[in-house]
Design a protein. Structure first.
Length: 292
């Protein structure tokens, strides 16, 4: 029996174990942590938080002032599957940022300052299912091959950005895409965009807030819903000729006329030459006959 006032050996072991456990469990300053989740919402953070547990699966950084995501620090979180960085100050410096978080399934970058999406931005996120890049007013370009490697992508939202054009192959080649947000963008509904509008009407993808997926330019199509404008674009793009088309046709016509005139002239010269040669040959034969 242990002397009075001294903890039992088992208690010492338990307390020692708890002490070691508390040292192993770290949590970033001003953030709350629970099992596999770190939540730093609305803490006015200026930088990516340090001391994030390496086994974190869910990281929430909503409503801060973070302008940069360090690729090295992120790569330590190899088990991360959920990352919410919405309502921050992230810019276009995101190429190769997510190279180490290949298990990421959910990524929210809405309400930031993104300007473009290239192939290198999300190419390493092979497991990505949900991507939200809406409410980035300076986002003006999504490259044609931006989501080539994101074949599991099911939910994509590019609403309320500065986009005026989106190449059809960018989304058409995503076999699992079921949800595509496009509302409140400044879509330029010209002949180059006709293929995308046709894809919208024929695909099985759901377009939320469809009433606000409208054309912004040209003026005659402004505020018209995207699918409804398909017929008008078909008519104008397939039947209407523009100034450059008339110039091209005039050049083709002139070339045909010139080629025909030249050919006729050469044919005439050949015919006259042949006739002259034939006449000369006949005269020589007659002279030879008279001499004989």
């Amino acid at each position: 029996m242990s002397p009075p006032g001294r903890p039992r050996p088992l208690s010492l072991v338990f307390l020692f174990g708890m002490g070691m456990a508390s040292e192993r469990i770290s949590c970033p300053s001003r953030c709350s942590c629970q099992y596999l989740e770190v939540n730093c919402t609305g803490q006015q953070l200026l930088e990516f938080p340090a001391d994030i547990p390496l086994d974190t699966r869910q990281l929430i950084l909503v409503a801060n002032n973070i302008s940069y995501l360090p690729a090295v620090e992120l790569s330590f979180l190899a088990d991360l599957v959920y990352l919410d960085c919405s309502k921050n100050l992230l810019g276009d410096d995101l190429d190769f940022t997510f190279i180490g978080v290949t298990k990421l399934v959910y990524l929210d970058l809405s309400f930031n300052n993104l300007t473009q999406v290239t192939f290198s931005t999300f190419s390493h996120l092979l497991s990505l299912v949900v991507l939200k890049i809406s409410d980035n007013p300076n986002l003006v370009a999504v490259r044609k091959d931006a989501f080539t490697n994101n074949t599991w992508l099911r939910h994509l939202d590019v609403s309320r950005t500065g986009l005026t054009f989106l190449d059809t192959s960018t989304v058409r080649d995503l076999p699992n895409l079921r949800f595509l947000g496009l509302s409140d963008n400044l879509w330029h509904c010209n002949c180059s965009f006709l293929d995308f509008i046709t894809w919208m009407t024929e695909s099985n993808v759901h377009f939320p807030d469809a009433d606000n997926i409208t054309c912004y330019t040209p003026e005659r199509l402004r505020a018209l819903r995207m699918p409804a404008v398909e017929v008008q674009l078909h008519f104008s793009c397939l039947t209407q000729l523009y100034k450059q088309d008339y110039v091209f046709l005039c050049l083709v016509g002139f070339c045909i006329f010139l080629a025909g005139t030249t050919t006729a002239w050469l044919a005439g010269i050949c015919a006259v030459t042949y006739e002259a040669h034939a006449s000369k040959g006949g005269e020589e034969e007659e002279e030879e006959g008279e001499t004989a």
